[in-house]
Design a protein around this ligand. Sequence first.
Ligand code: F0G
Length: 530
Amino acid sequence: MNSILDQPQLAEPFLGSVLASAGLDVEYIRGEGNTLFMRGADGREIPVVDYAGGYGSLLLGHNHPALTAYAKSLLDARVPVHAQFSLHPEANRLALALNRVIQREVGDEEPYLAIFANSGAEANEAAVKHAELDRVLRLQAVLEKIGTDLEPVRSAVRSDLATVPPAVFEQLGLTPQASSPAALEELVDALTRLNAVQAARPPVLLSPEGSFHGKLVGSVQLTHNEGYRAPFKALATQARFVPVDQPGALRRIVDEERSTLLGLTVEDGLVKVTAQDTPVFCAFMVEPIQGEGGIRELSKEFAEEIQRVCAEIDCPVIIDEIQSGMGRTGDFLASSALGLRGDYYTLAKSLGGGIAKTSALLIRESRYQGQFELIHSSTFAKDGFSSLIALKVIELIEADDGRVYRLAAERGTRLKDMLASVHKDYPEVVKDVRGRGLMTGIEFHDQSDAPAPPIQEAARAGLFGYLLAGHLLRGHRIRTFPTASAANTLRFEPSVFLSDDEIQQLDTALRDICDIIRGNYQRPLSLPAT
Ligand code: F0G
C-alpha cells in the first residue's frame, strides 16, 4: 500500500478518487527517457513506458541528460533566475533562435517578436490580449478618421458648396428635412450613435469546433468542450466555434458578425454616407492538429479557408503550436506542412525541455504593438533559467542537421503503422487511427451498448478511455490517457527516443485490449491492484 494514501488528502483529493476508480492512482518516483518508474507493492521500482509524455511536454523525454547537466551548471553558476525589469539577453537569444527556425521553415523573412509566459494557457491569453489591443487601436483609428472626415463635410454644407439630400436622412433612420448646417448636425449625431453601438460590441473570437486552448478564464472561452467552459461563460466574451467539416461555415459566421461603421463625405456637391467594416474580429485561434480534442488534423482545405477569410476581414490568425510544435510532427511547426501561416504563434510544453515551465508568444512584426510590453507582464515570465533551458532545447532539436525532426517523423511513422495494423486486424473494435509524427491517437468504437455492465456504464459516463488507460497501466506497464474531450481516443505522444521494443509492447497491449473487447469482455479489463 502506498504510504501517501495513509495521510489526509488535501491536494486535489477529489481527483485522487477519480484516478483510483480507473486504476490510475500510482505514484511515480523517477523518470528517464520514455520511462517512468512507479513503486510496486513490494517496494521495487516498476518501469512504465510513458506514452503520455507530459501531455506533449517531453519530446526529449524525462530528464534528458544534456538538459539536466546544463540545468545543474546554470544553478552552480548562480545564473540569475529572477532579474525582472532589466535587460534579458538570453531571452533575446531565444527569440532569435526561434525566428531562425521559423523563418527557415515558413520561408518568410518577416521577424516575429516574442513575449514570454509560463504556461500554454497564459501564452494564448497573452495572444488574445495583444490581438484585442491591436483591434481596439484599429477601431479607434477608424473612428478618429470618421471624425476628421466630418470637418470638410461641415464646411462644405456651411458654405453652400454641398447639400444633404433627403434620402441620406432616411438612410440613418431620420425624417427627411431641408439641408442646413443644423440638419447636418442631427445627421452626425445619429451616425455617431450608430457607430457607438458598433464600437461597443464585444470582439469576435473564432476557433474551430473541438479546439482546446487552455482552462484559464480567457482561454477556456476558446476551448470548445462545454464541460470545461459552461460554468464560466459569464466571465468573458464568448467565442464562435466554426464547424471543421462544413466548407463555407466560416464565411457564414463571418457574414453574421460583420458590421459597418458609417461616415460622411461629399461627392458632386451632395453629402453621402460612407460605410466601412467595423474592426470587430479579434482573432482566429487554431491548433494545426487538435490534441486534447482527439488528435484531429486540420484539413488543408479548411486551413486555406481560414487563411483566406481571415486575410479578407483583417483578423489575425493565432496558431496554437503548444502541443504540436517544437518538432513533434517532424517539422518545427505542424502548421507549416499545412501551408498555414500565423500572424501569431504560441509555443509551450516541450519548449521547456521537460524541466522548465515556459511558453512563448510570437507576433509578426507588422502586427506588433510595442506598447503591449508596458501593460502586460508576469513575475515569472522570461526568467533567466527557463530562457536558457529553452535555448538549449532548440539547440538539441536542431543538432546534427535536424536529427530530432527526422526521428520524430520516422518514429511517428513506425508507431502509426503499428496502430494502423491493429486497426486493420480489429475493425469492429478500432474506429480510426489519426495523427502525424509523435502526436498520434487511436479511436475505439463506442461501447455504450457493451454486454458487460461496468463497461457499458463507464462508456455512457464518457470514461471508457480511462478504463483502457487503467488496463494499459496495470496490465501492460504502459502509461497513456484518452484525449479528455474525445474520451474514446487514446493518445500517444512519446519522446523521439521511442524504441522498437516500446512500440512492440504497445502493439501487444492494444491487441490484448482489442481481444477483450472483441470477446465481449469474457476476460475483464484489469482493475486497480488489490
Ligand atoms: N493549447 C493546447 C493546444 C494544449 O494542448 C494545451 C494543453 C494548452 C493550450 C494549455 O496549456 O496546460 O500549459 O495551460 N493541453 C493539455 C492536454 C491540457 O491535455 O493536451 P497549459
